[in-house]
Unconditional design. Structure first.
Length: 390
């Protein structure tokens, strides 16, 4: 028998209170992991962005178009290996009018060269190149909408309205080869869009994406691209993919900060609950601590006894919270979010670093929660402890 085993046995003296405290810690850790996963999923697009891709858009705002001829200037610029372009379409399926998904018109010959982390089978890509109304969609989108290769899909667009809706043939499904790829996007040919637009809207593109031969120089290459268009009617802003994604995150910095604060508040509440439980236990066992001191145990032994008990409860709660987080956050909520909110959270998975941090914080806060009760118990005088009635 040692102090550790005594502390473990002591937890079971008030089983109901111990179980409630462990569950409380588990809920706090589960909530902490959920919040950290939201932040991780939101920021992973910038964190895992390709280092050799540069995005060129309208200098004022992303929603303003660029002339189609700009793509040739970009492709002829130094250090550009391949460049592609796309337009945001804003499509909607009337049969699933409550389902949101990204729909984009792309250059069929270069898009999958620039985005080589979008995996498409060779035969499906070949069909895509020869069918003007072809579309390739993400595997998650196909599952959510019930679509499959060979289906005909009709979409409407508030951005590009036309007499009659837009008819598409699904010729392939793509899979994500990286964590930044949204698996719920509808990709179709830009020329099909352009051929059906009125004359005043033809030959414009939304943005250009280039792959460069010197990833470490992406920022300076972007600056050089912008200089090409400084004297033209439409100026541009070029950023490496990481900076481009981070610029979108900046719009939500207040939200991310709020989530960080809430994460800390959850842990503080957990510590207070645990500290209250330990303090109650210390008050109830004051006489016993007096007996231990009379038998020769030092104040440090008493403090260690209480600290270990607190850390053991925190560890059990932390382990339970982590065990619940994976089926609840990752397998349950995560899959639903990837299917229904893939444009914002293409990769909703628990970060292993967050799991390690949650376990460490549970133990650390367990020790902190026991600090005041342990200190007071260690300073008790034997006579005063033996006189006190629980």
């Amino acid at each position: 028998m040692n102090l550790a085993s005594l502390a473990a046995r002591n937890i079971l003296r008030n089983k109901f209170r111990a179980v409630l405290t462990i569950v409380g810690v588990a809920v706090a850790i589960l909530t902490f992991l959920l919040l950290r996963t939201i932040v991780f999923a939101w920021t992973s697009g910038a964190e895992y962005a390709s280092k050799d891709r540069v995005v060129t858009r309208h200098k004022i705002t992303f929603v303003q178009p660029l002339p189609l001829r700009y793509i040739n200037d970009v492709r002829s610029a130094p250090h550009i290996k391949v460049a592609t372009y796309a337009n945001w379409f804003g499509g909607k399926d009337e049969k699933h009018d409550h389902e949101f998904f990204a729909a984009m018109a792309i250059d069929p010959t270069t898009y999958f060269q620039v985005y080589d982390d979008v995996g498409v089978q060779k035969d499906q890509l070949e069909t895509f190149l020869h069918d003007p109304q072809a579309a390739i969609i993400g595997d998650v989108l196909a599952k959510k909408m019930g679509w499959k290769v060979g289906d005909k899909v009709i979409l409407s667009s508030g951005i590009y309205p036309k007499p009659g809706d837009w008819d598409f043939h699904i010729v392939g499904l793509y899979e994500a080869k990286s964590k930044v790829v949204d698996r719920s996007t509808f990709l179709f040919r830009w020329d099909y869009l352009n051929d059906n637009l009125p004359q005043n809207r033809k030959d414009t593109i939304g943005w250009v994406v280039s792959r460069v031969d010197q990833p470490s120089q992406s920022a300076s290459i972007g600056v050089a691209l912008d200089k090409i268009f400084d004297e033209k009617e439409t100026q541009t802003l070029s950023q490496d993919e990481h900076s481009f994604n981070a610029s979108f995150l900046a719009m939500f910095s207040a939200v991310l900060t709020a989530v960080d604060i809430i994460s800390v508040v959850i842990l503080v509440i957990m510590m207070l609950v645990l500290g209250n439980t330990i303090a109650m236990g210390v008050r109830e066992r004051t006489n016993e601590y007096g007996v231990l001191k009379a038998l020769g145990f030092s104040g440090r032994h008493i403090a260690s006894f209480i600290a270990f008990e607190s850390m053991l409860i925190a560890a059990l709660g932390g382990a339970l919270g982590i065990a619940l987080a994976y089926p609840f956050v990752q397998e349950g909520m995560g899959k639903w979010i990837e299917e229904n909110m893939g444009s914002y959270f293409p990769y909703f998975r628990i970060d292993p670093k967050a799991t390690v941090a949650a376990a460490a914080l549970a133990l650390g806060l367990g020790a902190v929660a026991a600090a005041i009760p342990a200190y007071r118990a260690s300073k008790l005088k034997v006579v005063d402890a033996l006189r006190r009635v629980a």
